[in-house]
Design a protein around this ligand. Structure first.
Ligand code: ADP
Ligand code: MG
Ligand code: ZN
Length: 617
């Protein structure tokens, strides 16, 4: 901005002026101020090279320069401006100084230019300062005031991502195939009179590959890809959001056919007229403009809008109406097959040891999203480099998984032996339940190496990926969660805070069983209705649609489930006390036990199978 440059110069100008003033002052101070007597004497005796008379009404100011011993001095004197004095002075000067060196000045003869400047400078300074202050005040809130309505959509031409890079997601890809066809040749469809859904909403948990899929669509169709995030729309000034939307469509129109991708659309697309303290005018206007543009998309020929969100429930219904984002594509968490495919995609550029089996890895990572899996492989590769392995080994992958779940291991955090024993007992309790309870999740790994917030942890995975959970599975899960606490109580005769997270999770499951799934003696009635105001955060607004008496009954049921599970955990652990003790001992020795280790402990009482044991000895 030019203005700010000017602003930058002003301090320099002021400094320069100050320096000049100071300089002339010091020069002046070196001059000699004379009374008339000494002035006369100097004029009569010294060699005066020049003199200036300034004729005021009552006095005459005299300045001049004289030389003495090769050095030049300035002198100043004042004499009264009377006729007599005047004549005497002139006579004196004319006798000693050459006429050419005498200057007579009339101070009342104004120099208009100088005067104008003198008046202008303070004014300029003042105005400049004002502008500077105002611009400073605005800088914080709106540094981009001058690029108001320019849409921030980033244009990415030449997208290299293709469907090959998106693993799994076969149904989702199929849904998109039509869109790709349309983008490749919009005319074909319009000639046929077909209305192609031009607003597609991709719904899915974070990291499931929504952004990736959208990019792949643009890549496959080989069209420009505009991407903008919902929060970019929302800005301080009312009306700017809306004009951004307009601007974006106008720009896109120039390069049609093309694709506009709006990431995290829930930032703009929330239900209007809701929320604490009234609606948000700005967001509503932006949303309205978006709706208008989507409606006008008939004119916006060849533009496909894809939006992504993980909160479809908070979106304004008007957005989902036919003709707008009328097609929803749900991008789901990958199942085992999907995970394998994703691992394979991301393994393409990495080197693995021969014994690595990606299928096992996929089996061990239920609930991981595509982004998590990518992260696991990346962490593993980093670990391999750090451990100076030639190729990625199983231990690196293990560490990768653990890191993605719980953050880096805190190897430097030392427990006291007593604490270590307590954690080992606790984790062994979980493990024993996992080993001996029919429906419980399978224990993949137990460790007492602290990680993130957890002291130690059990990696338990369901025996198979399933969408539905039976009552007995849920109960088993609660038993497993309580196993840690039960073991502490039975082995140590002392309980610790280490179980608080387990207890919280167990309670949540039990509550859901009663309230949501109808799995208690209260019967199949749903007591918690999760709707209400989306802006308040669901938990605060879970509507209580039941009486206090029912609340009491629910409490009773939840407690019953927990108590029964606790008893079951106690029974299993006391029956397998010797195994528990063996696991505790092995854990304290090795800190980490794998599924194989645990199976050996159950069978032989030690980590090593007898054959290996013989070999080892
Ligand atoms: P979202 O937008 O759904 O939050 P992204 O599309 O940004 O997730 O995915 C994040 C990363 O996860 C991608 O860059 C990619 O590396 C990986 N990823 C996710 N899903 C897949 C998939 N199906 N195939 C391959 N990689 C995937
Ligand atoms: Mg995304
Ligand atoms: Zn625990």
């Amino acid at each position: 901005m030019k203005k700010s440059k000017l602003m930058g110069v002003i301090p320099y100008i002021i400094t320069a002026l100050l320096i000049t003033a100071l300089f002339s002052y010091t020069k002046y101070s070196r001059t000699k101020t004379l009374n008339y007597g000494s002035f006369e004497k100097i004029v009569q005796t010294k060699n005066i090279s020049e003199v200036t008379l300034t004729m005021y009404t009552t006095v005459i100011d005299i300045t001049g320069v004289y030389t003495e011993n090769e050095a030049k001095y300035i002198f100043v004197a004042s004499v009264p401006n009377t006729e007599a004095q005047n004549g005497e002075l002139m006579e004196l000067l004319h006798s000693r100084v050459k006429d050419a060196n005498i200057t007579i000045k009339n101070p009342y003869q104004t120099n208009y230019l100088m005067q104008a400047l003198a008046e202008l400078i303070p004014l300029t300074l003042l105005v400049g300062f004002g502008i500077y202050m105002i611009s400073r005040m605005n800088a914080g809130s709106n540094a981009k005031a001058f690029e108001f309505s320019k849409s921030r959509a980033r244009l990415e031409g030449n997208i290299k991502v293709t469907f090959d890079d998106v693993a799994g997601c076969d149904e989702e890809k199929e849904e998109m195939a039509e869109i790709i066809d349309y983008l490749r040749d919009p005319d074909k469809f319009s000639k046929m009179g077909a209305r192609i859904p031009k607003g597609i909403l991709m719904v899915g948990a974070p990291g499931t590959g929504k952004t990736l899929l959208a990019k792949a669509v643009a890549g496959e169709a080989d069209v420009p890809f505009y991407s903008i995030s919902g929060s970019d729309f929302v800005e301080m000034f009312v009306g700017v959001g809306a004009s951004r939307v307009r601007d974006m469509f106008k720009t896109a129109q120039k390069t049609a056919p093309c694709m506009i991708f709006i990431d995290e659309i829930d930032a703009v697309g929330r239900q209007r007229g809701a929320g604490l303290g009234g609606g948000n005018d700005e967001r509503e206007q932006t949303l309205n403009q978006l709706l208008v543009e989507l409606d006008g998309i008939e004119d916006n020929q060849g533009i496909v809008v894809i939006a992504a969100t993980n909160r479809p429930d908070v979106l304004d219904p008007a957005l989902l109406r036919p003709g707008r984002f009328d097609r929803q594509v749900t991008v789901s968490m990958p199942d085992k097959k999907g995970r394998l495919a994703i691992l394979q995609v991301h393994a393409r550029n990495k080197k693995f040891a021969d014994d690595i089996n990606l299928e096992h890895l996929a089996a061990r990572t239920p609930g991981f999203s595509g982004a998590d899996l990518e992260n696991v492989l990346n962490e593993a590769a980093i670990m391999a480099v750090r451990n100076s392995h030639d190729v990625i080994q199983m231990s690196d992958l293990d560490e990768g998984i653990d890191r993605v779940i719980g953050g880096p291991a805190k190897k430097s955090r030392k427990y006291s032996d007593r604490e270590k024993h307590m954690v080992a007992v606790h984790e062994s309790g979980h493990a024993v339940i996992g080993l001996f309870l029919e429906d419980a999740d399978e224990v993949q790994k137990v460790t007492i190496i602290p990680r993130g917030m957890a002291g130690g942890y059990n990696l338990m995975t369901p025996k198979e990926d399933n969408m539905l959970h039976t009552k007995s599975q849920l109960e088993s899960e609660i038993v497993g969660l309580l196993g840690g606490r039960v073991a502490e109580e039975m082995v140590l005769g002392e309980i610790s805070t280490g179980a608080s997270n387990d207890i919280e999770r167990a309670t949540d499951i039990a509550k859901d069983m009663v309230n949501a799934y109808g799995m208690s003696s209260i019967g199949p009635v749903q007591y918690s209705k999760q709707d209400g105001n989306v802006f308040l955060g669901r938990d605060y607004t879970t509507n209580k649609t039941y009486s206090d008496k029912v609340a009491y009954e629910i409490d009773q049921e939840v407690r019953k489930i927990i108590n029964e599970s606790y008893k079951r955990a106690q029974k299993i652990i006391s029956e397998h006390r010797d195994t528990l003790d063996n696991i505790v001992r092995s854990l304290e020795e090795q800190e980490t036990l794998t599924k194989q280790d645990l199976e050996n402990i159950v069978k032989y009482g030690t980590v090593n199978a007898p054959a290996e044991k013989a070999e080892n000895e």
